[in-house]
Write a protein that binds this ligand. Structure first.
Ligand code: ATP
Ligand code: MG
Length: 335
């Protein structure tokens, strides 16, 4: 089977409306006997009304940690060291646990990494979704709850018989769609989906991706879609934020990222996408990522960058807006 990815044309689609989420200088470290692992080390980005922001980067660059920090769900030995998370104007970092519980699911829902494998194996789908609703909204009349759950299943494209099934009776793609149904159960304006399509085959990835697009359109919500499959991101997201070793190195509309990637790391990520049209040798990135406990002074990509200059070893480049809506942190573009 051949699959070709087309990059979304964003020219007329990006809204300038105010941000649903604003993350400012967020830092999350994990304490280890050999020092703090700087998993997220000062990231800044916004998610606008009705947009899907893709958060991409290789394994271990801090995507899940950033998501957990936004929800204030970082567990020890991790801790939020600094920064602000403004959700619809509410400063998340200053809320207490009771206030946070009111906001999670209602204002911001998470589809965690590996969510489909953490469905409770001994509970029917109807009971798991009912649980999610009743935990946040209190007891509901059975008939109302049943109607609501059946409606949610239909919104994510699942047949009504799923209502009475156990997780093991569903395929991976169906389980993932149950997780999407749970995430939208309380109508949150923002969803964070952490690698919702990994571990699924290509066809099912598309189905789950389309389900995410459908619910986004239907409810007019915003999303952060975490992933490392650039091909899938190209199809689904409006803007992309590229993360490397705890930092965001480039942010731009998805078509710009694919047509004019500026950061050398983004360029390598895009060159690494296999093409069925032309066979090209696999380009390997030289060098290793630095130890996150001991980042070098200067640019965090310097050890692997093919264009490294003296200044890159001295001072960290700032994420600057070079063109409208295109931000990059790289000295190649600084005056
Ligand atoms: N409990 C922990 N203790 C120490 N270091 C941790 C802990 N959890 C995560 N890390 C480190 O933090 C960094 C970021 O991890 P994170 O899981 O956020 O990455 P990710 O981008 O989501 O990766 P993946 O694509 O594999 O899901 C990694 O280097 C990881 O080793
Ligand atoms: Mg992760």
């Amino acid at each position: 089977m051949t699959v070709t990815w087309e990059v979304k044309d964003m020219s007329s689609e990006i809204s300038d409306e105010k941000a649903v989420l604003e993350v400012q200088d967020l830092r999350v470290y994990y304490a280890t006997p050999l020092g703090d692992v700087r998993a997220v080390d000062g990231i800044n980005f916004q998610v606008r009304h009705k947009e899907i922001l893709g958060l991409v980067g290789e394994s271990g660059c801090g995507k899940t940690t950033a998501a957990m920090a936004i929800l204030r769900l970082v567990q020890p030995p991790g801790r939020i060291v600094g920064g602000q998370v403004l959700l619809d104007g509410i400063e998340m970092t200053s809320l207490n646990e009771r206030q946070l519980r009111r906001i999670r699911w209602r204002k911001l829902a998470l589809i965690p990494q590996g969510a489909m494998n953490s469905l409770n194996p001994v509970m029917k789908i109807k009971d798991q979704i009912a649980d999610a609703i009743e935990t946040h909204e209190g007891k509901q009349p059975r008939s109302v709850l049943r109607e609501r759950i059946l409606n949610l299943l239909s919104v994510v494209g699942l047949p009504s018989r799923v209502y009475d099934l156990y997780p093991h009776e569903l395929s991976g793609g169906m389980k993932q769609r149950v997780c999407i149904a749970m995430a939208i159960a309380l109508n949150p304006p923002l969803i964070i989906a952490d690698e919702p399509t990994s571990a699924l085959d290509v066809v099912v990835q598309r189905v789950v991706g389309q389900t995410l697009l459908d619910v986004k359109e239907r409810f007019g919500l915003s999303m952060i879609l975490i992933g490392h499959d650039m091909g899938l991101q190209a199809q689904l997201v409006d803007r992309i934020a590229v993360m490397y070793a705890g930092h965001i190195v480039e942010v731009a509309p998805v078509d710009t990222i694919f047509e004019r990637p500026l950061h050398p790391y983004t360029q390598l990520l895009i060159e690494a996408i296999p093409s069925i049209k032309e066979r090209k040798p696999l380009k390997l990135t030289e060098g290793l990522t630095h130890d996150l406990r001991n980042p070098p002074p200067g640019c965090i990509f310097q050890l692997r960058c093919p264009h490294v200059m003296d200044i890159c070893r001295e001072e960290r480049p700032k994420l600057l807006e070079l063109e409208s809506r295109h931000e990059v942190a790289c000295y190649l573009y600084e005056e």
